[in-house]
Structure formats: C-alpha cells, structure tokens
Design a protein around this ligand. Structure first.
Ligand SMILES: NC(=O)c1ccc[n+]([C@@H]2O[C@H](COP(=O)([O-])OP(=O)(O)OC[C@H]3O[C@@H](n4cnc5c(N)ncnc54)[C@H](OP(=O)(O)O)[C@@H]3O)[C@@H](O)[C@H]2O)c1
Length: 296
C-alpha cells in the first residue's frame, strides 16, 4: 500500500536537521529563456523545491523565478522554498570548486543563499573529488550554503567520501537516476546506513517507459496516467522525487500525485523489478560506475 501519511507538503529531515520538501521540480533541459516563468508557475502550483544546476545554464533564471514569486506572494517566506544547484563536472578539484561555488552564489544573490549544493558527478580523480568536498564543507562552515550532497555517486564513491579523514560534514543526499526499471537496491542500503536520502532523478523515465505493459496495466486499473503511477511508485520508495515538465498542466498533475494517487500491494508487485538496470536519462554511460584513469 502507498504510504498515505505523505502529502504534497511533506518534508524529510536531513542528517543536518534541515527539512527538504519531498516533491521536487527539475529544470534539466528547460530553456533558459523559459526557466523563470516555468519556475514561477511551479511555485504557484505548490512546489517548494527547485532543482537546477550550473550545467543546465539556467541557475540565474531559476533564481529569478523564485525571487519574483517571493515578491508577488509575501506570505511565502524564503525559508519555505528549497533551492538546489550543482557543481559542474568540468570544474574539478578544490580550487575550481571554490570558484564555481562563488559563481553559483552570485547568481543566487536575490534569494540570499543556496539550500543544497551537490557535486554533480564523480567524474574526477579521487583526490579531486575529495578536494571538491573540502570546498563544499568550507561553504557550509562560512554560512553560504545550508546543506551539501552528491549526485551520481556509486557505492564506492560514497564509501570513499565517508571514509575520508577530512570529512567533517556528511553528505545529506545522493541524487541518482531511479525508477522501477533502475531500482538500485545497493544504493539504498548504503544511504540508509548513513542517514543519506536518495533523490530520484528521471523518475518519469524521461517519458521513455510510459508504454511499458506493467506501467500501463497499473495505470488502466486505477484510471491513472503512466506519469502518475511512476511518480507515486517513487515517493513510496522513500525517495525525494524530482520531476520535470515545461507544461503548466503537467506541473499540476505531477504535483498533485501525493494527494490523488495511491497504489496497492498488487500494483507494487506488478511494477517492482528488483534486478532491472535500464538507464533512461541523458548520461551517455552510468556515471555511478566511473573510475578515473588516475585511480586505476
Ligand atoms: N543529477 C543529474 O545528473 C540529473 C540527471 C537528470 C535529471 N536530473 C534532475 O532530475 C529532474 C527530472 O529528470 P528528467 O528531467 O531527466 O526526467 P523526468 O522528470 O523523468 O522526465 C521528464 C520528461 O517527462 C515529460 N513529462 C513530465 N511530466 C509528464 C506528464 N505528467 N505526462 C507526460 N509526460 C510528462 C516531460 O515532457 P514535458 O516537459 O513536455 O512535459 C519530459 O520529456 C531534472 O529536470 C533535473 O532537475 C538530474
């Protein structure tokens, strides 16, 4: 059965005590020229968690959308909104990360701070990955960023960070591709053991599995859409769910899933594929398996 205690306003408490809204709105492949309006509309629909990245080239525009919304709706406070951005994988090591963080902070000036800053991927040497984390820890200590985490980290990348003698702040989340066709049970184990939340990206399989017979069967049974079925499945795994759409209607449909959609035991049996391994997002290979030449 779906966890019926969850609703659109639900948050999880991160390992540093900060609250994160579990319904996240993603901005990958959202055109910079449309991002401010799309972000504004997502907040108007009710989303309180916005996921951008330096790589998406729309950090400034997402901040502009948040700032305009806060100005237009003074009853919503800055602390009610959760803004995430990420360190581009091309910015490797301590020095580059310091610089990149200050650039992201400059772009976030209108909303004063960044709630969550992630290393976008582990595609660097071990030394550079740890250097990047050092820079992130310093940004938290300086009060510029509230929480830090990683993305696309496999079990070995995460273990390397957790074992590092320089670790003073644990990652709060690991943002990875997750859906019934990529359930990644080994990631859940290490996350749970270390009080790290998994954020599900591409929870809609980037629309590639809507015709899957099992997804279709569950959707038809309840008169839901495939998108509703996939999002509800993701929430029920205990993930923080990042869904992306450029359409206001679909923004509303996706946001309302927690209030309108529930799945039963039989549905989970139909959808669950514990051993499946199908990548659907834009990465050309599985970044969680990356090993740098320098570390071979
Ligand atoms: N850390 C990383 O490396 C990484 C990688 C990928 C994604 N992410 C994050 O996760 C977010 C979500 O992942 P994603 O954007 O790759 O994929 P996604 O959310 O799984 O799928 C987005 C696709 O689904 C369509 N869609 C959305 N809602 C729909 C609905 N209700 N009915 C039918 N189609 C629908 C969208 O089209 P329309 O826009 O036309 O609605 C778009 O083509 C990203 O935006 C980003 O913030 C992070």
């Amino acid at each position: 059965m779906s966890n019926t205690t969850l609703n659109t306003k639900s948050t999880y408490k991160l390992n540093n005590g900060k609250e994160i809204p579990i319904a996240g709105f993603g901005l990958y492949l959202t055109e910079p020229g449309e991002t401010a309006t799309i972000t504004y509309n997502a907040l108007k629909v009710g989303y309180r968690h916005i996921d951008s990245a330096a790589y998406y080239q729309n950090e400034q525009e997402s901040v502009d959308g948040i700032a305009k919304f806060l100005a237009d709706y003074p009853e919503v406070k800055r602390e009610d909104i959760f803004y995430t951005t990420k360190l581009e994988v091309s910015r490797q090591g301590y020095e580059q990360a310091k610089l990149a963080i200050s650039e992201s902070l400059e772009k976030a000036a209108k909303i004063e701070y960044i709630d969550l800053y992630l290393i976008h991927g582990p595609l660097a040497s071990k030394a550079d990955r740890l250097g990047e984390w050092k820079a992130l820890q310093e940004a938290v200590q300086e009060g510029k960023i509230k929480s830090i985490g990683v993305s696309n980290y496999g079990v070995s990348h995460l273990q390397e960070l957790l074992d590092w003698e320089g670790l003073t702040i644990k990652p709060t989340v690991n943002q990875v591709e997750l859906h019934p066709f990529l359930p990644r049970h080994e990631f859940r184990e290490i996350a749970k053991k270390n009080d790290i939340y998994l954020e599900a990206y591409a929870p809609l399989t980037t629309a590639k599995k809507f015709d899957d017979p099992d997804v279709q069967a569950v959707a038809k049974k309840h008169n839901y859409t495939p998108a509703q079925v996939l999002l509800r499945w993701s929430y029920d795994q205990g993930f923080i769910v990042l869904a992306k759409t450029t359409s206001i209607e679909r923004t509303r449909d996706n946001f309302e899933v927690l209030d309108k959609v529930t799945l039963d035991e039989e549905d989970f049996k139909t959808l669950d594929k514990p051993d499946a391994y199908e990548l659907t997002s834009g990465w050309p290979f599985d970044p969680t398996t990356y090993v740098d030449e320098a570390d071979k």
